[in-house]
Design a binder for this molecule. Structure first.
Ligand code: T6T
Length: 325
């Protein structure tokens, strides 16, 4: 009798597990990853992490994106991906507001949406508030904290006094908006530092380089710049180099491609704040997979940073976070 009860219990547990899975176990799931743009080392590294997770759980990963970080280019890519009807879409929305309606179309078509790196709306999902809470999860760095780390590093590098500015992409991008917010908030604790107007470069490193030189022309006593993403940082650093101000104008960079690491080693860039994009891709896929196979998932997952400088960049535990190209 005891054996029979145990057998019945086992069947019941199995049935519950199968019912909660809610999917045919033999169907190969497809997850699409839509980056901010395809040629950025940050998203190339994210793709590697996503591929590792997809391989581990046996899902098919599709990577499709636009050549520039621009909602006008990203929306048609999203439409094309929705038409292929994957089980889930992981996307780095290139604008907090402009991707809301296009992503609703995915949900209406029965596709699960997870945002990676950037968010839509307020980034608070599954709350019932507003019209942009429908993604099931947001996987990203803590970008406000990243901006604060950048401010502390720059304040230290410039001896807590003088003029600095933020080189940024454009307003409306959750990540870079939050980095600037964190940077300015932390700079309030450094009264000797004046934060000049932000320069927006449209993710164009050449524009960021010429803007650095224009700011310098107007402010000969400029002492520092925070490049709020890869292209802003690279461009700002090039501007400092072209103006022959290496070491005079300190550079703190967000993101860590090889080009920035070279600049760290040469002394052009003082600090690089590396995100962990592979971790974002890995947990993005795992979150979508967990949801699609009937498991509950957290509505947000925060990934880490590694702060790089000349003194630690050769440490393998630091160097492993240099972005893959
Ligand atoms: O900084 C990353 C990413 O986090 C941001 O959302 C957009 O720019 C990058 O891709 C770097 O170019």
């Amino acid at each position: 009798m005891r054996k029979l009860i145990a057998a019945m219990a086992a069947v019941a547990v199995g049935a519950t597990m199968f019912a909660s899975a809610g999917y045919a176990a033999d169907k190969k799931l497809t997850i699409a990853l839509i980056p901010g743009l395809t040629t950025d080392a940050f998203y190339i590294s994210m793709r590697k992490g996503a591929e590792a997770a997809a391989k581990a759980v046996g899902v098919e990963l599709v990577f499709q994106g636009a050549p520039d970080f621009n909602p006008v280019l990203q929306v048609p890519v999203l439409d094309a991906v929705i038409a292929r009807h994957p089980d889930a879409i992981l996307i780095a929305p290139t604008d907090k507001n402009q991707l809301v309606q296009p992503l609703k179309k995915a949900v209406d078509a029965g596709v699960t949406v997870v945002t990676v790196d950037t968010f839509i709306g307020t980034g608070k999902y599954q709350t019932g508030a507003g019209d942009a809470d429908f993604p099931i999860s947001y996987i990203a760095s803590d970008n406000i904290l990243g901006g604060e780390i950048a401010a502390r590093a720059l304040a230290k590098a410039v001896g807590d006094k003088g003029k600095v500015f933020v080189s940024n992409v454009k307003p409306g991008i959750s990540t870079t908006d939050q980095r600037e917010e964190g940077f300015k908030r932390e700079m309030k604790n450094h009264p000797g530092i004046t934060v000049l107007d932000t320069q927006f470069n449209d993710d164009d490193a050449n524009k960021a380089a010429s803007q650095l030189q224009s700011v310098l022309a107007r402010n000969g006593d400029l002492v520092g710049v925070f490049g709020a993403n890869l292209f802003s940082a690279l461009g700002a650093a090039n501007g400092v180099k072209q103006a022959n101000k290496i070491g005079v104008v300190k550079v703190v960079a967000f993101d860590a491609p090889n080009s920035i690491v070279d600049n760290l080693k040469s002394g052009l860039v003082d600090i690089a704040i590396a995100q962990h994009p592979a971790e974002i891709g890995y947990y993005g896929v795992m979150t979508a997979y967990a949801h699609l196979t009937g498991n509950s998932v957290p509505t947000s997952i925060g990934t880490g940073f590694t702060v790089m400088d000349k003194t630690n960049i050769d440490d393998p535990n630091v160097a492993r976070f240099i972005y893959k190209e």
